[in-house]
Ligand binder design. Sequence first.
Ligand code: PGA
Length: 249
Amino acid sequence: MRKKLIVGNWKMNGRRAMANELCSTIMHEMQNFKNIDVTLCPPFILLDEVRKMTADSECMLGAQDLDMHNDGAYTGQVSAGMLKDAGCEWVIIGHSERRTLFGETNLTVGKKAKQALDHGLKPIVCVGETEGERKAGQETSIVQGQLQSVIDEIGIDSCKDMTIAYEPVWAIGTGLTATPEEAQTMHAFIREQLDLQHDETAKACRILYGGSMKQDNAGSLLGCPDIDGGLIGGASLNAGEFLGICRSA
Ligand code: PGA
């Protein structure tokens, strides 16, 4: 039985005061969520603030990206070792905003996933098709390509330590959500791809859904057999919404 995982991706939002307020409201209810895993991924600069606020709870800390290199002359970048030192257990890799706005390719996403695993961080690797790709009937081939390039880089045996987030690009921040049927179909496809290469990994690997998940639609999505949690953007900035999703899980 895979434990559900709810991840809050704050993106480039927040200040210290907001982080304090949001975390303290969430922490009030954390003891009710013993049967699920909860992780918060604030911007780098708020990691320490959130670490302090969540220190006495089961809530885990994650970052939104890392650099694929070890420490060195990479101005402005943050390394896996630094994230580990800052108390992170998780890191989001290859979010569609990184791919489209910052030119990340399947190859760099694979290298970042490897870098995370090499430093004991658990990668949450994002995959998903654009609206145009879905309209052209290419959604499975796109997702398969994104997934396979990560598997090629880290090796199928390491995939048990990775979490996958299926985030259809057309559903991110748009208010449009994949229907539970659409999401379940893609999640089952992803699991089948893993199963073709290693059945134990396919059973163990958690596959999250992301894209306008809210407390209203969380129950029906999280009720699908292959949906093991959510990667929550906008709704993770609202304590009531985020807690509502955690309760649904
Ligand atoms: P959203 O973002 O929940 O605001 O759609 C999800 C994500 O980008 O991870």
